[in-house]
Design a protein around this ligand. Sequence first.
Ligand SMILES: [Cu+2]
Length: 145
Amino acid sequence: MKLIKQLKLILITLFLSLILTTPVLAKEIPTEVKISLGNTAGELKFFPDKLEFVTGKSYKLILDNPSNQKHYFTAKDFADAIWTRKVDAGNVEIKGAIRELEIRPGAIAQWVFTPMKPGNYDLSCSIPGHKEAGMIGKIAILSAQ
Ligand SMILES: [Cu+2]
């Protein structure tokens, strides 16, 4: 009888530890990728201007703006091809679909997402004149297979 009681206790402990640790294991640590919108010299460019992701993986895209004017991260088709977990900006965390980000001078945002649809997508800054001046980029989503 004592053995059965001990076995029961072991089973309950195992069950509880499984429940408690599973969500932690399921949350993959995202790969960090950085992109700067403009630079201190005032160049109208993305640094780097090419990004590459793989479907099914988790990413944290860190966007910063070291310039003295605001910029946009505009990549609507790319935004439709990913699943956004959240965007962290200052003290605000935004959940759900994001299509465009405005990054003010000195600001930083973290976009956590998982690419879903492979393809090549265009990136640009939608401030008038910036795209024409060369503030464009390419984002590739590669298939995991
Ligand atoms: Cu811009």
